[in-house]
Ligand binder design. Sequence first.
Ligand code: OSB
Ligand code: MG
Length: 371
Amino acid sequence: MLLSIEKIILHRLNMRLNHPFVTSFGTTQDKDFFMIEVIDSDGHRGYGESVAFDAPWYTEETVETTLHMLIDFLIPLLKRHSIGHPKELADIFKPIRRNHMAKAALEGAIWDLYAKRQGISLAQALGGEKSSIDVGISIGIQPTITSLLNKIEQSLEKGYKRIKLKIKPGHDVHLIRDVREHFPTTPIMVDANSAYSLDDLPILKQLDAFDLMMIEQPLHQDDLIDHAKLQKELDTPICLDESIHSLNDVKQAIELGSCQIINIKSGRVGGLTESVRIHDYCQKHHIPVWCGGMLEAGVGRAHNIALTSLANFSLPGDTAGSSHYWEKDIISPDVVVENGKIEVPAGAGIGYEIDREALKRFTVSKQVIDF
Ligand code: OSB
Ligand code: MG
């Protein structure tokens, strides 16, 4: 059955994070982003969230570039095709190079719409098998070691299954040593967001002493070769985030030995279809994957939960509960973490409703595109 799209609404939102999130790149507190609502002729509504930030510090995309791509290229392309299944979008979007976050936002909304039309959950539509997922938490760089230790303690009390800490040069070995003294057996990993180079090998090698689950994206954001050289020198598994934009990147990384674990973010790889392909390929090659986070609001978080229900998402991801980020989320119910687990909703599509009151409160502007 073909999808009969009648209307697309781009909701531009601004939401303030409960706490500023600090990485090796800088600080984020006010999240400017948009949510896509796709409405079909039967009144089904599919939702997608764009994960691009207001500035291009994580990848090259921004809120403005993703809107430009959607309005001037991707939505016009979509209008010229009839689609039966969201997997067809990969071919339809092929004439447009990269711009993965823009593509993923629209593709995600269409996956949700498709699942709702089928009367199945998004998790089921993607091939998910788990009814609940284990989750971890990503703690940004803290002003003092005391506040970091407190945050870790609070996160463990809430049951999070692993703790991810951000590191950068000058804020690494001593910090992890302190943390390990207080938490000798907690599953801990670190994320450098590309802050190091091979010149830092002596420092990175010292991290081997702390029994970390993995070190995420230590080197340059577009590198695979140096990561392969580094992995040969380290006992700690390397996980790639920024370096992975597609299944092709994953194939090259595995062949080169650049990493042993992959962080999948649907926005970074161009959508859920590509995420599932990467998941399947990694499963076949015995590479565990986990679902990364982009400080998403409810819709993006719901998509991450559905994706994480696939079997080879065998390590806890960064999908923390709504209340970790927001005073009020835009979905109902909130995403709740209990004993470090999130129940995968069984309802149709993403399985969460949009809280219209909250949506209105955070809406800055709205654009309606008729088909
Ligand atoms: O590197 O995984 C990252 C947040 C924004 C951009 C990049 C990253 C992150 C996080 C936080 O680590 C993940 C989350 O809690 O959503
Ligand atoms: Mg990362």
